[in-house]
Design a protein around this ligand. Structure first.
Ligand SMILES: C[S@@+](CC[C@H](N)C(=O)[O-])C[C@H]1O[C@@H](n2cnc3c(N)ncnc32)[C@H](O)[C@@H]1O
Length: 208
């Protein structure tokens, strides 16, 4: 079964330009006093490098050894450093409670079944400080490059493409109501469709 590790092995630095809203996010992070950020599912490092250059302390976690190797080489080229972890997001994150001021995760969290997504969301909540910021994006079913007929449904709104480069990889397609429920521990200030035609959410951990 192919996965992102194979895609990175074949294509190398696959994504280059960071998310179109990253500049706006950088300003918001600065306003909120954010210093330490986790790029969850950092891939080949486009956001990690961008945010390091902006002066943040950025950690990266991803399940793809090839993606992380590309990130390490990119960091060397830029003379930057970061603590990177290779592991699945459905396993306990290797950080202490309240360690991060912000977590970003661009097109990652949907690659799981709901049970595992709920686990990862809980881990994000655990490792964030009170009022810690989240910025996450997910694909839209209607905008996805594989049609519904070419995907196998494995649970409510979770499909496995039977064709295309992400063949075999689970994709969960969130509804807005579901996002509000799954991210109930966060106050969501923005839920919108971004310029890459993905659903983006911006929010803060509710202090409890
Ligand atoms: C679409 S790529 C996005 C990469 C990066 N966030 C970016 O925007 O450039 C999806 C990333 O999620 C990672 N990923 C997918 N499922 C994962 C899982 N269950 N555990 C850890 N990483 C995962 C892949 O290895 C890949 O790097």
């Amino acid at each position: 079964m192919p996965d992102w590790d194979d895609i990175f092995a074949e294509k190398g630095k696959y994504f280059l330009k960071p998310h179109p809203d990253i500049e706006r996010l950088t300003n918001l992070f600065k306003e909120k006093g954010v210093q330490r950020i986790l790029d969850l599912g950092c891939g080949t490092g486009r956001h990690l490098i961008f945010l390091l250059k902006k002066g943040f302390e950025v950690y990266g976690l991803d399940g793809s050894p090839n993606g992380l190797e590309i990130t390490i080489n990119w960091l060397k080229e830029e003379n930057l450093s970061s603590e990177l972890t290779c592991q699945k997001i459905e396993q306990e994150f290797p950080y202490k409670d309240g360690f991060f001021d912000a977590v970003i995760s661009i097109q990652v969290m949907h690659h799981n079944v709901m049970k595992d997504i709920l686990f990862s969301v809980n881990e994000i909540k655990r490792i964030l400080k009170p009022e810690g910021v989240i910025f996450l994006t997910f694909p839209l079913l209607q905008g996805f490059y594989v049609s519904k007929e070419n995907m196998k449904k494995i649970e409510a709104r979770t499909y496995i493409p039977l064709t295309g480069q992400e063949k075999g990889l689970p994709h969960h397609f969130f509804t807005v109501a579901e996002i509000k429920r799954v991210f109930g521990a966060f106050s969501l200030s923005e839920i919108y469709i971004d310029k890459t035609n993905h659903r983006a959410i911006l929010g803060q951990k509710i202090e409890m």
